[in-house]
Design a protein around this ligand. Structure first.
Ligand SMILES: [Zn+2]
Length: 141
């Protein structure tokens, strides 16, 4: 058993964690927010290393060997080195990122509702019906 509990601040209703590495805000120096996602200073640093290690190409002028469209978050260097254990370890991280984004979405929808924005407009904004938006976010049966 370790000594005193570290997390004394129980006020935070939402745990913010880096969408990329899943580290909570308390474990990193800076957390930068995007629409429903977060990235920590450590992941930004890693991104900068990756960018610095790859020569820049302009998308319009180079063909074939140009940087591929980043449709899937699967940098080849990671894919090649990853072991089965690492692969499996990634699964709960993706699930955690998904849950975090869903949580953020819920917070934003509740904010929209608190402004009196209708379920119809919220649904339309997300390309779903009023009914679907209500069922997903209202928390009511
Ligand atoms: Zn991170």
């Amino acid at each position: 058993m370790k000594g005193t509990p570290v997390a004394a601040t129980s006020a935070a209703p939402v745990t913010v964690a880096c969408t990329f590495c899943n580290k909570p805000t308390a474990e990193v120096k800076k957390m930068i927010a995007g629409p429903g996602v977060f990235i920590c200073n450590e992941c930004v640093g890693l991104c900068m290393e990756i960018l610095a290690s790859q020569p820049e190409t302009t998308a319009s002028e180079s063909e074939g060997t140009a940087s591929e469209p980043a449709e899937m978050p699967k940098p080849p260097s990671w894919e090649e080195r990853v072991s089965d254990d690492d692969l499996l370890a990634t699964l709960p991280k993706i699930a955690a990122a998904s849950a975090s984004v869903e949580q953020q979405l819920g917070i934003w929808v509740r904010q929209a509702r608190s402004r009196g924005i209708t379920w119809t407009r919220i649904g339309a904004a997300m390309d779903m019906t009023r009914q679907s938006a209500w069922e997903r976010f209202s928390g009511e049966e």
